[in-house]
Design a protein around this ligand. Structure first.
Ligand code: CA
Length: 229
């Protein structure tokens, strides 16, 4: 899941980036409105956290531009101003939620997850089931055949990506950019190692095997029997 954070206060920005990265998100930080506007309009994000008060292009204008361009990405507003007019204006312009500074990080994280859940397509369901594998998205927990599987945040993000796109072959480059925020030319060995670790947890003790290597192409998660694994 890719998040854009537009926040001009360096301290808040890096605090958000670190916290959200640790929670398993891939975070892009823009520290001014111009960059934020450009990134929001040209790149894909699953959610945008937008500070209202920015010195150049403010949060209102970024939100307005997004909605006018028909972009439905969920937007969480951060506002230092606690006036009712600001909240109303934000929601009228198409913000999905807002938080008044200062806020607790746990509160922000809960709001982010709720918004992502609400906007996830095609189902609104909180669970993904593939064979006897169950992913509990809001709690970021996985189990197979009723047995809890302990995963790191990155492992869960990787599994979630594969599961959301069940049956699709995902190239290493796509996995790298979605889960690690790395470019195509980066060391894709990281992906292979992570897949191996995930397999050990998800597939080694179970049948059918769910994670499949598609030689020369990438990986997919699917319930199919005729595979050499
Ligand atoms: Ca600000």
């Amino acid at each position: 899941m890719r998040l854009l954070v537009v926040e001009d206060e360096a301290k808040t920005g890096s605090y958000l980036r670190q916290g959200l990265s640790e929670a398993g998100f891939v975070v892009t930080l823009a520290n001014n409105g111009l960059d934020g506007h450009h990134l929001a309009m040209t790149e894909h994000f699953d959610l945008i956290i937008l500070d209202v008060m920015l010195p150049d292009v403010d949060g209102w204008r970024i939100l307005q531009a997004l909605r006018q361009a028909g972009k439905q990405v969920p937007v969480l507003f951060l506002t230092a101003r606690d006036s009712i007019e600001d909240r109303v204006k934000g929601l009228e312009l198409g913000a999905d939620d807002y938080l008044v500074k200062p806020f607790a990080f746990s509160e922000l994280l809960a709001r982010v997850r709720t918004l992502l859940r609400r906007s996830s397509v095609p189902t609104q369901s909180d669970l993904i089931r593939i064979a006897d594998l169950v992913l509990d998205l809001p709690r970021r927990r996985a189990s197979r055949a009723g047995r809890k599987i302990t995963l790191t945040q990155k492992e869960f993000s990787l599994l979630e990506l594969l599961a959301r796109r069940q049956g699709e072959v995902l190239p290493r480059s796509l996995i790298a950019s979605q889960v690690w925020d790395m470019n195509f030319d980066s060391d894709t060995n990281v992906i292979d190692v992570a897949i191996r670790r995930l397999r050990a947890k998800i597939d080694d003790d179970f049948t059918p095997k769910l994670i499949h290597t598609v030689r020369g192409m990438g990986y997919k998660l699917d319930e199919e029997q005729d595979d050499s694994h």
